[in-house]
Design a protein around this ligand. Sequence first.
Ligand SMILES: [Zn+2]
Length: 152
Amino acid sequence: MKVSEEPCQCPDCRRFYKEHDRLIRQFPTLRQQQEINWAALQSFRTLCGKVLEDLQKKLNVNSLSQYEEDCQTGTAEKKEKSITQVITDLENINAHLYSIEALMERIFDVKVPDEVEDKFREVAGELAPDPLNIDRLKLNRLLHQTPDLPDK
Ligand SMILES: [Zn+2]
């Protein structure tokens, strides 16, 4: 393999690989992937929705009770613009999450036979083997004793 083809090893990418493999290892079936992804999507929506609601309330309170005062000092416009911008961004995120939910519902209707779920488990074990698994540790030890290594 050429150096340029090796996966990036920066801290962000390494964290991603680790998390990616962990999700495969801990949720190795189609059903489990469906459940964890649904839960992740819903928790994302719940949290964003609550913060959005809170910011909208805050904006309303500011508009009503501090309007005159802030107009005189001239600071209100700048402050409210940034909150308004954040609210717009969060509304966009929520709209996209809603679209993703509609697409995910189709994915999550699918069920597969147990044999196929077994295949999922098998492939998951190959893609993301447990780094602390005893077989894995033995294999690593064997690999480090190969004759082509200079110290052997
Ligand atoms: Zn990277």
